[in-house]
Design a protein around this ligand. Structure first.
Ligand SMILES: Cc1cc2nc3c(=O)[nH]c(=O)nc-3n(C[C@H](O)[C@H](O)[C@H](O)COP(=O)(O)OP(=O)(O)OC[C@H]3O[C@@H](n4cnc5c(N)ncnc54)[C@H](O)[C@@H]3O)c2cc1C
Ligand code: SF4
Length: 560
């Protein structure tokens, strides 16, 4: 925060019909649909999109195999318009890994909804850049480099827009010579499309009790490297998923290898954040995974050209909160529309953006503002998103209850039954029992894990990899990882859980350093943060709050 004097400088305000926070597939689809509808009806409609990344796409990290359903509905002639969606899936492979071997599951056994036939391997970041261009051409004001830092409310408590963060605030919280007050962007409706664990979304969920009567949201952390592989190893359109080694049966997760473009392979590893062992490091599990004989063979002779990490939502149907509140809605992964067994959320993100746009367009046309867009909630809960998510709703709870092998088998049966009687399956909806921060065992009851040292060729240390994320933050700014109680890392987390932040953070932001007198000190290297949001989710004391740093800071992903 700036000093009181600076914070009291009034903010300039701009008025829009719709303000959208986040230029991911959800936010951009909403912006495009709003402008398409306005053009069709020959109506003036002002739409603004704020994006905290330095450019559209800079903070997008995904697989990605996309189901083109959302894109087809938004821009049916996307091919003719040159969307960067080129590599069609040619082969689907599912492998179960043991420490030295691999067993391929016959595709015939897989529920049909798991098939990637008709899907495309893309860089979601590149697709968002293209969507951003389409939006700008339609007259949407797209502002990258501006983080929405605060929700604005009117006297009745309705959301009336957002404010961007102040720039040029020093590490000590005082304005520097570069101080620039944030802007208010006010709208008849504000769409929150911040992706998984949005920082403003979290506040809204609390304030409006949007998660009341819904299961807790569940999450995974996805780590990804982009590899340029040797030409003879590249099989364009091959989509390979694995589960099993190196994770044990009680730790959910798996991997993906997607071949696309010109010699590119997206290598990713997801660890479900309900893992129990505080000594587990998702990053180091990922590195170890690459050493498996069937994985290393693809990567040997190639080079890693990108790295990043991002949380993804895994709660599915039963964790979707109330989506609407006075003046605003939640879109995409901010609401949790990820289909976990399919590892796909971008199609639902776009479909949700389209549905919200249609609801807001009708409402503003009827002279409404700052009320609840219930038509959007109905569209989501009765439309394609509901159909997509309901049929896989038990997969994650079965995995959590029964472990990887039995859980996946039971989940498969449920998904097969859902294919036969859509939306019914086992006939019940299993609940998610605990939020992810509450699943860690005490360190005293857990087994430390010895990870191999990185070799610098196939496996890398964290900081070298972080340098491949292009992460950059203005150093002289307040730390954006806020501790509610600064004593907790050393007084609770270290003795009880061996401070797991040292291991779950994929960018080595959190360290326990030893002072000259031998005492431990908790250090936050905020400038390394890749904005994955895992600390906000997994800290067992719920003591860390991720807030937006200065706009433009964070990773600068290229082609992720
Ligand atoms: C490792 C991994 C693999 C995945 N694989 C696939 C896949 O193969 N296929 C698939 O379909 N889906 C996949 N997904 C899921 C997919 O990426 C998401 O479903 C999708 O990106 C959600 O879109 P969104 O627009 O809701 O959010 P996001 O894509 O997360 O976009 C949110 C945007 O909002 C911005 N933002 C956030 N907060 C603010 C703020 N306060 N102010 C300004 N800007 C803000 C962010 O910087 C970001 O650009 C994967 C996800 C991960 C992590
Ligand atoms: S500090 Fe938090 S949000 Fe940033 S990279 Fe680490 S775990 Fe992710």
């Amino acid at each position: 925060m700036a000093s009181n004097a600076a914070a009291q400088v009034p903010r300039e305000a701009m008025e829009f019909d719709v303000v959208i926070v986040g230029a991911g597939p959800a936010g951009l689809a909403a912006a495009i649909r709003l402008k398409q509808l306005a053009a069709q009806a020959d109506r003036e409609l002002s739409v603004v999109v704020l994006e905290k990344g330095s450019a559209v796409g800079a903070h997008i990290l995904s697989g990605a195999v996309i189901d083109p359903k959302g894109l087809n509905r938004l821009i049916p002639d996307w091919k003719e318009k040159g969307a960067p969606v080129e590599t069609q899936v040619s082969e689907d492979k599912f492998l179960v890994l043991s420490s030295g071997g691999a067993f391929r599951l016959p595709n015939l056994f897989m529920p049909p909804l798991m098939s990637n036939h008709g899907n495309y391997v893309v860089s979601l970041g590149a697709l968002c850049i293209w969507l951003g261009e389409q939006a700008a051409e339609l007259g949407v004001e797209v502002y990258p480099g501006f983080a929405a830092a605060e929700v604005l409310y009117d006297e009745k408590g309705a959301v009336v827009g957002v404010a961007t963060g102040d720039m040029g605030v020093g590490r000590d919280g005082k304005p520097t010579d570069n101080f620039v007050r944030g802007m208010e962007l006010r709208g008849k409706y504000t769409f929150f499309a911040e992706g998984a664990r949005g920082s403003l979304t979290k506040q809204l969920v609390r304030r409006f009790e949007l998660d009341k009567d819904h299961d807790p949201q569940k999450y995974g952390i996805g780590l990804k490297e982009l590899w340029q592989v040797a030409p003879d190893k590249h099989k364009p359109g091959l989509v390979q998923h694995t589960f099993g080694w190196p994770l044990d049966n009680r730790t959910g997760g798996g991997s993906f290898l997607y071949h696309y473009g010109n010699g590119l392979v997206a290598v990713g590893f997801v660890v479900h954040l309900n893992y129990e062992n505080p000594y587990l490091s998702p990053y180091r599990e990922f590195q170890r995974f690459k050493t498996h004989p069937v994985i290393r063979t693809t990567l040997e002779g190639g080079k890693r050209i990108g790295y990043g990490a991002r949380a993804l939502t895994e709660g599915g149907w039963q964790s979707i909160p109330k989506l609407v509140f006075p003046g605003g809605v939640l879109l995409g992964c901010a609401a949790g529309f990820m289909n976990v067994p399919r590892i796909k959320g971008s199609h639902n993100a776009m479909l949700s953006g389209i549905a919200a746009a249609e609801a807001a367009f009708a409402a503003t046309g009827a002279g409404r503002a700052q009320d609840r867009l219930e038509a959007y909630e109905t569209a989501v809960r009765t439309g394609d998103i509901a159909r997509d998510l309901k049929r896989v709703r038990n997969a994650k709870p079965l995995w959590s209850r029964f472990g990887t092998y039995l859980g996946i088998a039971l989940g498969g049966i449920d998904m097969w039954l859902n294919t036969i009687i859509p939306g019914v399956g086992l006939g019940i909806t299993l609940k998610h029992r605990k939020p992810d921060y509450a699943t860690l065992k005490k360190a005293a009851d857990a087994e430390p894990i010895a990870y191999p040292k990185p070799d610098g060729v196939l496996t890398f240390d964290v900081l070298t990899n972080v340098s491949f994320s292009g992460t950059n933050h203005e150093e002289n700014q307040p730390v954006h990882l806020k501790l509610t109680d600064p004593a907790i890392p050393l007084s609770v987390n270290l003795p009880e859980y061996a401070e797991p932040a040292q291991r779950y953070c994929p960018a080595s932001v959190y360290e326990i350093v030893t002072e000259a007198d031998g005492s431990p000190r908790f250090q936050i290297n905020a400038q390394n943060c890749v904005h994955c949001k895992t600390c906000d989710i997994k800290d067992p004391s719920q003591n860390i709050t991720w807030v937006c740093p200065e706009g433009g800071g964070g990773p600068n992903y290229a082609g992720m």
